[in-house]
Design a protein around this ligand. Structure first.
Ligand code: ADP
Ligand code: MG
Length: 400
């Protein structure tokens, strides 16, 4: 695989796929980590007299929507970069082609949310459509750079087809290179006990990954909404908590497989329970399998934290993805903060810790504490997939 850090690209037009899928609240970017992480590659290319066209997605829009427009990121880039930045509402077509043509060396053009185009999604029986779309994206461009580790586990026109169109002129950006290096270190030299901590809300996508993780892990700690699916399978009552009915069999399967591979699955025993998701609510600590119908579990409780701390502090390799509760509200952020604290302590004692995921990183940043971790990855799903597979589709596409 070619690396941007080894290249001497000059006077060229570079198409860069980034992951600017940042959290936004009330029209403000609440955590710009993902943008800042791509900055070294962007600055490097601009300083070497190249023009850059940036492609990204934001959220999971089904169609064009103001809420998921990248215009807000454009405004942020204008302030951030000392180079001229332009925006194209059009993703493919005459208008954007003209903008690409007029783009001078040392300038940046950000293209609107790639997911506004349904051809970004790969369709089995409509491959020509996808290729046609990718070709238009690649119009006039000399090089392709993948700087979007966080979506490298997904196949899509911009992630896996674009590299095919650039034969030898495709490279891994600084961030992608760094992610691969640090994650490989944990994957290949992981000291035992190896503990994975999985939380968050993307249950169905992550539950499949747990199946693979249990082969290499000694412990898997589950928190967040993820855990509820398991509690329900074990006949617990989770009230109106978020869980996925259609993943119950999957949960059963995981518990069975874990036994086979000698991996211990640790579920929360108590939770923070509330009637409404807002800060000024009456909260109760309840057993996680005894949540009344009109309440929901929104964070893990003190007994769970105690139990999890003991496991984490004894672990030599720690992998964490997904918050333990609805950390966006301070009343429900304690579980996530305390887990971060335990991992930080273990790291100080010499363990190797990797934390990943857009929301997980946003949570850690919001606590504003001097935690110590070995590596923060921009990938959530991508980071977990990286551990289970030899390679990720978009990274393979870059190497071919
Ligand atoms: P990441 O981006 O780090 O991979 P996810 O996107 O999977 O993490 O999950 C983050 C989301 O999970 C947060 O928005 C958080 O509010 C939500 N979440 C965590 N615990 C719960 C819970 N108990 N109930 C509902 N949502 C939860
Ligand atoms: Mg997320």
């Amino acid at each position: 695989m070619k690396l941007l850090s080894n290249s001497k690209i000059k006077n060229s037009k570079v198409l860069m796929r980034v992951d600017f899928n940042v959290p936004i609240k009330n029209g403000n970017i609440t955590d710009a980590t993902r943008i800042l992480n791509a900055l070294p590659s962007i600055q490097y290319l601009l300083k070497n007299n190249n023009a850059i066209v940036l492609i990204s997605h934001l959220g999971r829009p089904k169609r064009k929507s103001k809420k998921e427009s990248l215009f807000i990121v454009y405004k942020y880039l204008v302030k951030l970069l000392e180079f001229p930045v332009f925006f194209s509402e059009q993703i493919i077509g005459d208008e954007v082609d003209k903008k690409k043509e007029n783009l001078k060396l040392g300038e940046v053009l950000l293209i609107e949310n790639i997911r506004f185009e349904n051809k970004e999604k790969l369709e089995n029986n409509n491959f020509e459509k996808n290729i046609f779309f990718a070709k238009q994206l690649a119009n006039q461009m000399d090089f392709f750079v993948n700087e979007a580790f966080a979506c490298s586990h997904r196949e899509s026109s911009s992630m896996t087809l674009l590299p095919m169109l650039f034969s030898k002129k495709k490279l891994a950006g600084f961030l992608l290179e760094k992610e691969i290096k640090y994650l490989n270190k944990a994957k290949h030299n992981s000291l035992k006990p190896f503990t994975a901590i999985i939380g968050g809300s993307k249950i169905s996508t992550k539950i499949k990954l747990i199946k693979k993780l249990l082969i290499i892990c000694d412990n898997i700690i589950l928190g967040g909404a993820m855990a509820h699916t398991f509690i329900v399978f074990l006949k617990g009552k989770v009230g109106s908590s978020l869980f996925e009915e259609d993943q119950l069999l999957e949960a059963a399967n995981i518990l069975k497989e874990a036994k086979k591979y000698n991996c211990k699955i640790h579920l929360p025993i108590d939770c923070v329970s509330t009637q409404k998701i807002s800060n000024n609510q009456i909260i109760q600590f309840r057993k996680i399998n005894k949540v009344p119908n009109n309440e929901m579990s929104v964070d893990i409780g003190p007994d769970s934290l105690n139990l999890f701390h003991k496991i984490i502090i004894e672990s030599k390799t720690i992998l964490w993805n997904g918050p333990m509760g609805i950390f966006e509200l301070s009343a429900f952020s304690n579980g996530t903060r305390m887990i971060a604290n335990s991992i930080s302590k273990a790291t100080e004692l010499g363990s190797y810790s990797i934390i990943g995921g857009g929301d997980s990183i946003a949570a850690i940043n919001s606590f504003n504490e001097n935690f110590k971790f070995s590596y923060l990855s921009t990938g959530g799903g991508a980071m977990l997939e990286f551990f289970k597979k030899d390679n990720l589709p978009a990274i393979s596409a870059l190497a071919e």
